[in-house]
Design a binder for this molecule. Structure first.
Ligand code: ADP
Ligand code: ASP
Ligand code: MG
Length: 471
């Protein structure tokens, strides 16, 4: 069986963690499986790279960061790679990458401009620093391994900061570069998060994108399973740092995983599911700190015996855009115009709701996009505003709270429980939306009310208890 194993930032956050990652790879190899690994940057590294790039573009060079990053990675190399020759090759690679990072920052401090393309070139460095260490640690356990830059095998569009894989090109490169290594019995370590355009320009898949990389790699290599090693026991019924009694879900469907990730469960990047789903490759989410736990399995069926809501989640840092006016009724095309504006502004709509009276429509977008979108809407709907058909276009910071489960469909009373739970906590629901798939009810609440809303829903659906299978 070929397993693609992805290690998140905390799972490669120290020498000890990298040794553990290598042990997990070799344990699977000992059982006769082939393994291709995908690694994130060591925890905190991507953030510090991004901060350094932003500061450099304002003329503030962080002269000490290169050394700090070198020292942190060198300490790991010293601890996990015993062979001096292998260690010096890894350190040389790391040094070259840090050199490039330093030069890029210097350039930014000269031109005082940070383009998305340059930001990708810098923020993608962290994975390129980590991969030689993970590969070195696997090799130190007597298993063949080498670090592979995903720029050589994941081909993407040029949407810097959120590039999309070109799967045919990626598959061809992956089969040519990575497949032969696996067939030779090696366990290559690919950099997560990054890829390159057809012209070879480095791109990133978006923050948290190493999960997506793992799914892309799994699909391109026709892997049998994809294992996402993280720092919690799988996908839980809620974010465990927000709801302490959240439980691990043993099995969920691709669609449940996708909805959860889309609505804010950071444990999976929201695009992770699609490449795996297209090839029906099962995904597992596992805890590298507790590897004997069976984690969560993501499959076609999920666990259809569990009725109703399986998990609750939330998205913060979003804004509710409202377009209202008693004269909106019967004026055709306002909705179409509004969404055209949002698309032109390259903003992604997370949720839509419209009152049936048609005198109010609202939708949720990322808060950072809100000022731009409101300004553009006011420009495009100028005529409607001047005639009084539209009275107000406004943005309000909010949170979206979502209750998710495939078997919510056909289970009566869920909306009543949702509103009952929130009502008894005195939480005001600003807008609501339920897709026709009925596997998700999403509610807009004030930002400070997101955490109490999540806890109230978790309690109301008794998600802290083992689910009882439906007869
Ligand atoms: P990694 O570095 O391994 O990619 P992340 O920090 O990106 O890890 O994702 C794991 C974190 O996701 C957990 O530590 C947890 O705080 C958060 N999280 C949010 N919602 C959920 C959920 N429903 N189930 C599990 N973890 C969740
Ligand atoms: N290192 C990248 C980030 O922090 C990607 C990842 O960890 O998934 O966003
Ligand atoms: Mg992550």
């Amino acid at each position: 069986m070929l397993i693609v194993m992805k290690f998140g930032g905390t799972s490669v956050g120290s020498a000890e963690r990298i040794a553990q990652a290598a042990a997990l790879v070799t344990a699977a190899r000992d059982k006769g499986h082939h393994v291709a690994a995908v690694t994130s940057a060591m925890s905190g590294v991507t953030n510090s790279l991004i901060e350094a790039a932003q500061a450099a573009s304002k003329g503030n060079l962080d002269a000490a960061l290169r050394q700090r990053l070198y020292d942190r990675h060198k300490a790991v190399a010293d601890a996990v790679i015993q062979d001096a020759a292998v260690r010096s090759v890894a350190l040389e690679q790391i040094d070259r990458r840090l050199d490039r990072f330093e030069k890029l920052c210097y350039g930014l401090s000269m031109v005082h401009e940070l383009t998305p393309r340059l930001l990708d070139a810098i923020s993608g460095t962290g994975e390129m620093l980590a991969a030689p260490l993970v590969a070195g640690a696997i090799a130190a356990r007597g298993r063949g391994s080498s670090a592979i830059d995903a720029t050589d095998c994941i081909v993407t569009t040029d949407q810097f900061g959120g590039a999309e894989p070109l799967m045919d090109e990626t598959r061809a490169k992956m089969q040519a570069t990575v497949r032969p290594l696996i067939e030779r019995g090696e366990s290559p370590v690919l950099t997560g998060f990054i890829g390159a355009t057809v012209d070879g320009v480095l791109t990133t898949l978006g923050r948290g994108g190493s999960d997506y990389s793992a799914s892309i790699v799994g699909a391109a290599l026709d892997a049998d399973e994809i294992w996402i090693w993280t720092d919690v026991d799988g996908v839980l019924s809620a974010n465990p740092s927000e709801v302490p009694d959240a439980r691990t879900l043993a099995e969920i469907s691709y669609s449940e995983a996708s909805e959860l990730a889309y609505y804010g469960a950071k444990v999976l990047h929201y695009k992770t599911i699609l490449p795996a789903f297209r090839k029906r490759i099962p995904l597992r989410i596992l805890n590298s700190f507790n590897p004997t736990h069976s984690g969560t399995r993501v499959s076609v069926e999920g666990d259809p015996s569990i009725p109703g809501v399986k998990a609750v989640t939330s998205i913060r840092g979003v804004s509710l855009i409202t377009i209202s006016g008693t004269g909106m009724q019967g004026i055709p095309g306002i909705v179409a115009k509004a969404f055209e504006v949002v698309a032109e502004q390259q903003s992604n709509v997370l949720m839509i709701s419209q009152a049936s009276s048609e005198n109010n429509m609202c939708f949720v977008i990322t808060a950072a996009d809100a000022p731009r979108v409101v300004k553009a809407l006011r420009g495009t709907l100028e005529l409607e505003l001047s005639r009084g058909h539209v009275e107000e276009i406004s943005a309000q910071p909010v949170a979206v709270v979502a209750a998710i489960g495939d078997r919510m469909r056909g289970t009566p009373g869920i909306a009543a429980t949702v509103f009952g739970a929130l009502g008894s906590e005195g939480i005001n629901v600003i807008a609501i939306s339920q897709g026709s798939s009925e596997r998700n009810i999403s509610l807009v609440v004030g930002e400070p009310e997101a955490a109490p809303a999540i806890r109230a829903l978790h309690r109301a659906f008794r998600l802290d208890r083992a689910a009882v299978a439906a007869k």
